[in-house]
Design a protein around this ligand. Structure first.
Ligand code: NAD
Ligand code: MG
Length: 355
C-alpha cells in the first residue's frame, strides 16, 4: 500500500488524481486538502486552507501529490523534499520560485521528485538512467494555446473567456491563462532546468499543436527519443503515483494507423513575450524566477478579473523584473519576503496600467 496525501484535491489535477487513486487498490488516500471548497469525508484527514504542513505531519504519507496552484504550494513542496518523502509535483510554481533552495532540500532529503507536468514526466522517462554526457538537449513541446497563429496586434482585445478555451488540455484557470500567454512553457523551462540539472541553452521549446509528443531528448550520437501519448493528465499522474511499477490505466493506446500527423514550429516571441521573459529570468538566476512567478500570478489574477488587458500580463512581469534587484535567497524566509515584495510591485504596476 502507498499512502497518498493529495493537496489541491478539488482542482483539475486533484480530481483526476482521485480517479487514478480509485482505480488502483494499492493506493490509499490518507489526507486531502483544498484551498476553499469543503472536502469532508474525502480522506481520513482533510483540511481546507491554512498551513498544509501540519496536515502532512499528521498524515505521514508515503507520497505527497502537490496539486495546489501557485506559490501557495511552496511549503508542502519543501516539507516533502526536506524529509525525503516522495513528491509527485504538479505545482510547478514552487519549483520555479524556490529552484535553488528546493534542489538543495531535495539533495538533503534524498527522496524522489516525480514530475506530474506532462512534459516533465515525459522528460523524466526519457532521461532516467541515461548518462548526462550522452544528452545533447531536451525539447519541451507547447500546444501554442488558443491564440496560436495570432499576431501581437490581434491580442490586444482578447477576453478571459477566450483565453480559457484551451484547444487540447482541460485545466484550471491560472495554468490555462499561462498556456495562452506561453508563460506556462516559460515556467516549464525553469522547472526542467531544476528537475534535470540542464543548462538553459540545452532546453528548447517548440510549438506542437496536437500535444501528442510531450518531450523529446536529442542524444550526442544524432539519435532523438520522443515520448508520445494522447493529452490526458491521468497518464503522468498515474506514472508518478505508481512509480516505478507503471500501473495500467484505462487510456487508449496511441492509434497511428488512424492517420497521426505531427506538426512542429517555433514559438512567436513577439506575440508571446512571456516565454523569453522566463528564459531571461531563469538565466539571470537568483530570485528572478521567483519575481517572474509572483508578478505573473498577480497579473493573471487581474486579467481573469477583467481588469488588466491580455498584453498587460507580460508588461507587468517585464516591468516588475526591471524594478527589482533579485539576489539569491539564502533561506525560505528570504524567498517568501521576495515573493511578497514582487507581488506589491506587480500590484502597483497593474494599477498604473489599468488607470
Ligand atoms: P485548479 O485551479 O484546477 O486547482 C487548484 C487546487 O489548489 C484547488 O483544489 C484549490 O482548492 C487548491 N488551492 C488553491 N490555493 C490553495 C491554498 N492556498 N491552499 C491549499 N489549496 C489551495 O488548478 P490545476 O489546473 O489543477 O493546477 C494545479 C497545479 O498543477 C498548478 O500548479 C498547475 O500549473 C499544475 N499543472 C496542472 C495541469 C492540468 O492539466 N491542470 C497540468 C500540468 C501542471
Ligand atoms: Mg505541462
Amino acid at each position: 500500500m502507498k499512502r497518498i496525501a493529495l493537496l489541491g484535491a478539488t482542482g483539475s489535477i486533484g480530481r483526476q488524481a482521485l480517479e487514478v487513486v480509485e482505480e488502483h487498490p494499492e493506493l490509499e488516500l490518507v489526507a486531502a486538502a483544498s484551498g476553499s471548497r469543503p472536502i469532508d469525508g474525502l480522506a481520513p484527514l482533510t483540511q481546507v486552507g491554512g498551513d498544509l504542513t501540519g496536515l502532512l505531519d499528521r498524515a505521514e504519507p508515503d507520497v505527497v501529490l502537490n496539486a495546489v496552484v501557485g506559490f501557495a504550494g511552496l511549503p508542502a513542496t519543501f516539507w516533502a523534499l526536506e524529509r525525503g518523502v516522495d513528491l509527485a509535483l504538479a505545482n510547478k510554481e514552487s519549483l520555479v520560485a524556490g529552484g535553488d533552495l528546493a534542489v538543495a532540500a531535495w539533495e538533503r532529503g534524498g527522496g524522489r521528485l516525480l514530475p506530474v507536468d506532462s512534459e516533465h514526466s515525459a522528460a523524466h522517462q526519457l532521461l532516467e538512467g541515461r548518462a548526462r554526457e550522452t544528452v545533447h538537449s531536451l525539447v519541451l513541446t507547447a500546444s501554442g494555446g488558443p491564440f496560436r497563429g495570432r499576431r501581437r496586434v490581434d491580442l490586444a482585445e482578447v477576453r478571459p473567456a477566450e483565453a480559457l478555451a484551451h484547444p487540447t488540455w482541460s485545466m484550471g484557470p491560472k495554468i490555462t491563462t499561462d498556456s495562452a500567454t506561453l508563460m506556462n512553457k516559460g515556467l516549464e523551462l525553469i522547472e526542467a532546468h531544476f528537475l534535470f540539472g540542464l543548462p538553459y541553452e540545452e532546453i528548447e521549446v517548440v510549438v506542437h499543436p496536437s500535444s501528442v509528443v510531450h518531450a523529446l531528448v536529442r542524444l550526442r550520437d544524432g539519435a532523438s527519443l520522443a515520448h508520445l501519448g494522447y493529452p490526458d493528465m491521468r497518464v503522468p499522474i498515474s506514472y508518478a503515483l505508481t512509480y516505478p511499477e507503471r500501473s495500467a490505466t484505462p487510456i487508449e493506446p496511441l492509434d497511428l494507423a488512424a492517420g497521426l500527423i505531427l506538426e512542429f514550429g517555433p514559438p512567436d516571441d513577439e506575440a508571446f513575450p512571456c516565454l523569453s521573459l522566463a528564459r531571461a529570468a531563469g538565466e539571470s538566476g537568483g530570485t528572478a524566477p521567483c519575481v517572474l512567478n509572483a508578478a505573473n500570478e498577480v497579473a493573471v489574477a487581474a486579467f481573469l478579473d477583467g481588469e488588466l488587458p491580455f498584453l498587460g500580463i507580460s508588461d507587468v512581469v517585464e516591468r516588475t523584473l526591471a524594478q527589482l534587484e533579485c539576489p539569491p535567497a539564502r533561506d525560505l524566509d528570504e524567498l517568501v519576503a521576495m515573493d511578497a515584495e514582487a507581488r506589491r510591485t506587480a500590484s502597483a504596476l497593474t494599477r498604473q496600467l489599468v488607470h
